[in-house]
Write a protein that binds this ligand. Structure first.
Ligand SMILES: Cc1cc2nc3c(=O)[nH]c(=O)nc-3n(C[C@H](O)[C@H](O)[C@H](O)COP(=O)(O)O)c2cc1C
Length: 324
């Protein structure tokens, strides 16, 4: 399939794997790229720029296809060494960067000078237009149903994507709630040039996370996610578990007085315990409503082949029949 995104990124299928903390390692990124999509290493999961450089080298050894790096700009007090991470990306020969979080404007010249395409992930048309104005090459439009941080506007993709299509000149991919060929065809119909998936890629053979994480996604329905940290304006969609229930109880009790310090036990540094050790109740971890559409743990190649086959079949048979 040829779209503005496959052309821009030099990939076979319009399917991107979004950056995921303690999931987006070389094993998953290379598997997605080898299957014809765009795999993405999560920059900040690597604690230092040197470790990121090493992870990029590891990924190059596993695939000859293009892959990207996610750089999330967090509103933290002590900022990570972003110039160092950018250097590791440029020196590592990376050609695509997925930015997320705060405005990436100050980092664009260095990335563009190195011939790197920048896809900014945003949760509103307002932010997508800003990304276009500052020179991003594409955007990833993340609807309210997405795993991770859906922003504070709560606009689902059936509205957000056509709104983005009406306003944007640069190409965009649909992110949040994407799982199969139906998602891809719907996203294309709504104006997107491809899809970005997070949760769906965790439940694959190659995702380097504990089996319990994959099984938790398979077992979950679309009713099993919760929104946490709303009052801190740092809303995150997570899979419900004992820690999340505890966190929500604190949110109810403390109301507007809630501080991040009150919930550190449930949110700080919990990812390695969950993703690596499979301690499923150790804390809150991002998961999309799309869990309700995930019923198996295929290889990445099987997943992507299946998505593309279903999309082709939908377009050439079901939809074609309707207009024949
Ligand atoms: C476990 C997990 C961790 C994530 N970590 C990050 C991250 O570190 N940076 C980022 O930009 N997005 C992160 N995301 C968001 C994904 O890149 C993607 O935008 C999102 O999962 C899309 O929604 P979906 O899960 O419905 O496919 C994360 C998502 C999940 C499920």
């Amino acid at each position: 399939m040829k779209t503005r995104i496959t052309e821009l990124l030099g990939i076979q299928h319009p399917i991107i794997q979004g950056g995921m903390h303690h999931v987006g390692f070389a094993e998953l990124a290379s598997a997605v790229s080898n299957a014809g999509g765009l795999g993405v290493i999560t920059g900040l999961t690597q604690r230092t720029p040197e470790l990121l450089a090493q992870e990029i080298r590891r990924c190059h050894a596993m695939t000859t296809r293009p892959f990207g790096v996610n750089l999330t700009f967090l509103p933290t007090v002590t900022s990570p060494d972003y110039p160092g991470y950018i250097r590791a990306i440029v020196d590592g020969g990376i050609k695509v960067v997925e930015t997320a979080g705060n405005n990436p404007q100050q980092w664009l010249p260095a990335l563009h000078e190195a011939g790197i395409k920048v896809i900014h992930k945003c949760t509103s048309v307002r932010h997508a237009l800003k990304a276009q104005a500052i020179g991003c090459d594409a955007v990833s439009v993340d609807g309210f149903e997405c795993g991770g941080h859906p922003g504070e506007d709560d606009v689902p993709n059936f509205i957000l994507l056509p709104r983005a299509a009406d306003e944007l000149r640069i190409p965009f991919v649909a992110s949040g709630g994407m799982a199969d060929g139906r998602s891809l065809v719907a996203a294309l119909a709504l104006g997107a040039e491809g899809i970005n998936m997070g949760t769906r890629f965790i439940a694959t053979q190659e995702a380097p996370v504990h089996e319990a994480v994959k099984q938790a996604i398979v077992a979950a329905s679309e009713l099993d996610t919760r929104l946490v940290m709303r009052s801190l304006r740092n809303t995150e969609r997570v899979l419900n578990n004992a820690a999340v229930e505890r966190l929500l109880e604190k949110e109810r009790r403390l109301g507007a007085a809630l501080k991040i310090d009150d919930i550190l036990d449930e949110v700080a540094g919990v990812y390695p315990r969950i993703m690596k050790e499979g301690a499923m109740d150790a804390g809150a971890w991002s998961c999309g409503m799309v869990a309700g559409l995930i019923h198996d743990v295929p290889t990445v190649q099987q997943l992507i082949d299946r998505i593309m086959a279903q999309a082709h079949q939908l377009i050439t048979e079901r939809l074609a029949r309707m207009v024949a």
